[in-house]
Design a protein around this ligand. Structure first.
Ligand SMILES: C[S@@+](CC[C@H](N)C(=O)[O-])C[C@H]1O[C@@H](n2cnc3c(N)ncnc32)[C@H](O)[C@@H]1O
Length: 290
């Protein structure tokens, strides 16, 4: 039985502090106007962390992953679990490439389109509402399958990659970052902590052996990692910044539920239970071992 439904996922993002209205309100508070709005305005907020980058490491991680995926202006990127489309717009802005973003939440997709239209990026950045576990393949072939802090929501990660690997061009790569469980919980208290975190995030941490587990899934689908990087240091920083941002006088209110998920995440980071990784993987060439 599926533990988290489509409805559960839609619910957490409906009340999420990062939304089109909170981001635009924040920009308005800081700049006094939305005239001349840029993607950088949406993506960077050193004071309250209210940005369109709904992942660890913000704009910096999007840029770094884009460089490591070898993006250039001719690249076609498929952003799987694109949320508000922050990464998609940044990639178009920074690398000049074309991006199609897919997300299960119709509300997120509507907001992603509206923010993109505000910047006039809609000729290079488009969105469709789709469940990554059931959607049929797009006719276009892509150079990069992209994911940031999204695939942790998917229970059957092998089924997911098998479904989307054929959308990738022969020379394309998979480039993604996500949270993972560093070690199994050792006590009942730790087990409860991880279960509570999974429940708050509507995500599956247990059952996948982190980056090593992903490497096996990638190998099963014919890929080999060219880069596997531990980015866990940024995790603690991320949740501390969110807490600090929410406590500032000019900050917009954040629900108790969301603040509780930050507290749980920090507890799990401090206990050495969760980390964050980045992987870039290309198709194995004939004769290359797994
Ligand atoms: C933490 S957000 C990350 C959004 C975006 N990648 C970013 O970095 O800003 C995770 C996103 O995954 C989406 N998602 C979760 N399960 C999904 C599914 N089965 N199909 C499509 N999207 C899904 C959620 O709706 C949410 O927008």
């Amino acid at each position: 039985m599926v533990r988290f439904t489509r409805h559960d996922i839609e619910e957490i993002y409906r009340s999420h502090p990062l939304r089109k209205d909170t981001i635009l309100q924040r920009v308005l508070q800081q700049k006094g106007t939305l005239a001349g709005l840029s993607e950088q305005d949406l993506a960077e907020d050193p004071w309250t962390e209210i940005s369109d980058q709904n992942h660890i490491g913000g704009l910096g991680f999007t840029r770094e992953l884009g460089v490591q995926a070898g993006l250039e202006s001719s690249s076609r990127v498929l952003d799987l679990g694109c949320g508000l489309g922050g990464s998609a717009r940044c990639l178009a802005w920074l690398f000049g490439c074309h991006v199609l973003g897919l997300d299960i939440s119709a509300e997120r997709i509507a907001q992603a389109r509206e923010l993109t239209e505000l910047l006039g990026l809609q000729s290079r950045v488009t969105f469709e509402c789709a469940d990554l576990m059931t959607a049929s393949l797009h006719s276009t072939h892509f150079d990069v399958l992209w994911g940031q802090s999204a695939w942790v929501h998917l229970e059957d990660k092998l089924g997911f990659l098998r479904r989307w690997a054929p959308a990738l061009d022969r020379k394309g790569c998979v480039a993604f970052e996500d949270v993972f469980l560093i070690r199994l919980p050792a006590t009942n208290a730790e087990e409860n902590l991880v279960a509570e975190l999974e429940n708050h995030w509507k995500s599956y941490l247990v059952g996948l052996d982190g980056p090593a587990g992903w490497s096996r899934i990638l190998a099963d689908c014919g890929f080999a990692a060219s880069l596997s990087q531990d980015c866990s240091e940024q995790l603690r920083d991320h949740f501390l910044k969110l807490q600090l941002g929410a406590s500032r006088a000019e900050a917009l209110p954040v629900s108790q539920l969301e603040q509780e998920s930050w507290r749980l995440a920090l507890e799990a980071v401090d206990a050495g239970l969760i980390g964050y990784f980045r992987i870039v993987a290309a198709r194995r060439s004939a004769g290359q071992s797994q």
